[in-house]
Write a protein that binds this ligand. Structure first.
Ligand SMILES: NC(=O)C1=CN([C@@H]2O[C@H](COP(=O)(O)OP(=O)(O)OC[C@H]3O[C@@H](n4cnc5c(N)ncnc54)[C@H](O)[C@@H]3O)[C@@H](O)[C@H]2O)C=CC1
Ligand SMILES: O=C(O)CCC(=O)C(=O)O
Length: 438
C-alpha cells in the first residue's frame, strides 16, 4: 500500500478501493503463491492505459468552455474494457481510477467476458441546456472515439450520463467512424439498446438483497427501506421494492433528503421520474408537492429502517451513520452506488454481522445487462423484457453464490465483501497468469 500511495499521490478514493481489496486478499494470496510470485494484485492496481484529453465546447452565449476528459482502461484480461462515464464537477483521476479498479472485480463477478474501465469528465450537466450538453458530448466523443470500439472498450452511463448523453455520444461516434456498432451500452431501444438496461442496476441490487435476506428466511414484504439518490439507480430500486411489497421512505440528492413515512408509491415515483429525468429539478420539490419533511444538507441514514440501499455516490455513509443504522434496527445494507460506505462504516457492519452487500457485487446488474446488450448487438437480435430480466436474476443469484463460496467464515457468517473481492479476483488472475507478463 505504501508503494501504491507513493506512486499515486493524493488519489485517496483509489487508495481506499485498493486497500479494501488487499485486506480481503492477503490470506488468499499467501495460500496461493502463484498469484504472489506473478505480482498479479500489483499489476491489477496499475491501469493498462489512461487517456486524458481536452474537451473544448461552446456554451449558449457563445463563450468557449474547457473541460477535462478521461478514460481509464484498467484491465482487459477477460474481455474488452467495460464501464461507465461519469460527468460531474467532482470527477478527477483518482475517482475514476477507484471506479475502474472496482469495475474489474465487478465485471469478473458477472460471469460475462468483460474487462474493466471507467471514464468521464468534470463537466456538470446540471443547469445546462440540451444544446450545451450535445455540444459537450460531441467534443468529448471526437477525442474518445480514437480509443474505443465494440471489441476494444465499450463505455456506458454513470452519474450525469443517462439516455440523453449516450444518444449524443453514439451519434457523434457513428458520424466520425461511419459505422453502426455496439460501441456504447445504455442505448435507446430503437437504436440497439437492450430492454431492462435502465432498470438493471436498481433491480439487480434488490435481487441481490433478496438473496441475502433469503439466507435468513426473510424477504422485502412490509420492510421499511431507506434509499439515497434519486437518479437512475434509486428510481428503479424504488420501483422493484414497491413490486415486492416493501415501503421506501426516503430519497435524496446532493442538496438534501425527503422523508415520506407513508412510502413512495407508484404515482409518487412517476412524479420523481418526471422531476429528475425531464424537468431536471431538485428532490426538495417532492417535499413541497406531497407535504412531507425535507432535510436540507443531510443524508437519510438517521431514519429508522429495516434495509438501507445507498444509491447516490461514494463515501455517503460514515461510521456514525452506520452505527445509527444498526442502532435503529437495520438488518441489511446493499450498495446500489459504488463504494458508498467508508472503511469505518464497513467495519461497523461486519462487527455487527448484518447482511452487507458491497457495491461490486450488489450493483453489478447494470453492467451485466450492458454485457447482454453487447451480446444482442453482436447477434443483431433483441431479447424480450422477460428474457433479459430472467438473465439478470440468474446473474445476481450466481454472484450471490460466488460471494458465499469465497466469503463464508467458520461460524457460518458470510462476509460478502471478502467473497466478492476474492471471487472477482480469481478469474482475472487466472487469465493474467495464462496470458504471460502483460
Ligand atoms: N447507472 C448505472 O448503471 C450504475 C450506477 N452505479 C452507481 O450508482 C450511483 C448512482 O448512479 P446513477 O443513478 O446512475 O446516477 P444519476 O446521475 O442518475 O443519479 C445520481 C444521484 O446521486 C445524487 N448525487 C450525486 N452526487 C451526490 C452527492 N455528492 N451527495 C448526494 N447525492 C449525490 C444525484 O443528485 C442523483 O440523485 C453512482 O455511485 C454510480 O457509480 C453503479 C452501477 C451501475
Ligand atoms: O454498464 C456499464 O458498462 C457500466 C456500469 C457502471 O459504470 C458501473 O457498474 O459502475
Amino acid at each position: 500500500m505504501n508503494n501504491l500511495i507513493n506512486r499515486n499521490p493524493g488519489e485517496v478514493e483509489f487508495h481506499q478501493a485498493v486497500h479494501e481489496v488487499t485486506e480481503s486478499l492477503l490470506d488468499f494470496i499467501e495460500d496461493n503463491p502463484k498469484y504472489k510470485n506473478a505480482k498479479i494484485l500489483e499489476r491489477m492496481s496499475e491501469a493498462e492505459r489512461i487517456i486524458i484529453f481536452r474537451v473544448p465546447w461552446v456554451d449558449d452565449k457563445g463563450n468557449i468552455q474547457i473541460n477535462k476528459g478521461y478514460r481509464v482502461e484498467m484491465n482487459s484480461a477477460i474481455g474488452p474494457y467495460k464501464g461507465g462515464l461519469r460527468f460531474h464537477p467532482t470527477v478527477n483521476l483518482g475517482i475514476l481510477k477507484f471506479l475502474a479498479f472496482e469495475q474489474v472485480f465487478k465485471n469478473s463477478l458477472t460471469t460475462l467476458p468483460m474487462g474493466g474501465g471507467k471514464g468521464g469528465s468534470d463537466f456538470d450537466p446540471k443547469q445546462k441546456t440540451d444544446g450545451e450538453v450535445m455540444r459537450f458530448c460531441q467534443s468529448f466523443m471526437t477525442e474518445l472515439s480514437k480509443h474505443i470500439g465494440p471489441n476494444t472498450d465499450v463505455p456506458a452511463g454513470d452519474i450525469g450520463v443517462g439516455g440523453r448523453e449516450i444518444g449524443f455520444l453514439f451519434g457523434q461516434y457513428k458520424r466520425l467512424r461511419n459505422e453502426f456498432t455496439g460501441v456504447l451500452t445504455g442505448k435507446g431501444r430503437e437504436w440497439g439498446g437492450s430492454l431492462i438496461r435502465p432498470e438493471a442496476t436498481g433491480y439487480g441490487n434488490v435481487y441481490f438483497a433478496e438473496e441475502m435476506l433469503k439466507t435468513q428466511n426473510d424477504n422485502f414484504k412490509d420492510k421499511i427501506v431507506t434509499v439515497s439518490g434519486s437518479g437512475n439507480v434509486a428510481q428503479f430500486t424504488v420501483e422493484k421494492i414497491i413490486e415486492l411489497g416493501g415501503k421506501v421512505v426516503t430519497l435524496s440528492d446532493s442538496s438534501g433528503f425527503i422523508y415520506d413515512p407513508d412510502g413512495i408509491d407508484a404515482k409518487k415515483l412517476e412524479y420523481v421520474m418526471r422531476l429528475k429525468n425531464i424537468k431536471r429539478g431538485r428532490i426538495e420539490e417532492y417535499a413541497k408537492k406531497f407535504g412531507v419533511e425535507y432535510h436540507p444538507n443531510e443524508r437519510p441514514w438517521k431514519i429508522k429502517c429495516d434495509v438501507a440501499l445507498p444509491s447516490a455516490t461514494q463515501n455517503e455513509i460514515n461510521k456514525e451513520e452506520a452505527e445509527l443504522l444498526i442502532k435503529n434496527g437495520c438488518i441489511c445494507i446493499s450498495e446500489g452506488a459504488n463504494m458508498p460506505s467508508t472503511p469505518e462504516a464497513i467495519e461497523v457492519y461486519l462487527k455487527n454481522k448484518i447482511l452487507y452487500g458491497p457495491g461490486k457485487a450488489a450493483n453489478a446488474g447494470g453492467v451485466s445487462v450492458s454485457g447482454l446488450e453487447m451480446s444482442q448487438n453482436s447477434l443483431r437480435l433483441s431479447w424480450t423484457r422477460e428474457e433479459v430480466d430472467n438473465h439478470l436474476k440468474r446473474i445476481m443469484q450466481d454472484i450471490h453464490t460466488t460471494c458465499v463460496k469465497y466469503g463464508k467464515t467458520k461460524d457460518g457468517f458470510v462476509n460478502y465483501m471478502d467473497g466478492a473481492n476474492i471471487g472477482g479476483f480469481v478469474k482475472v488472475a487466472e487469465a493474467m497468469l495464462a496470458q504471460g507478463l502483460v
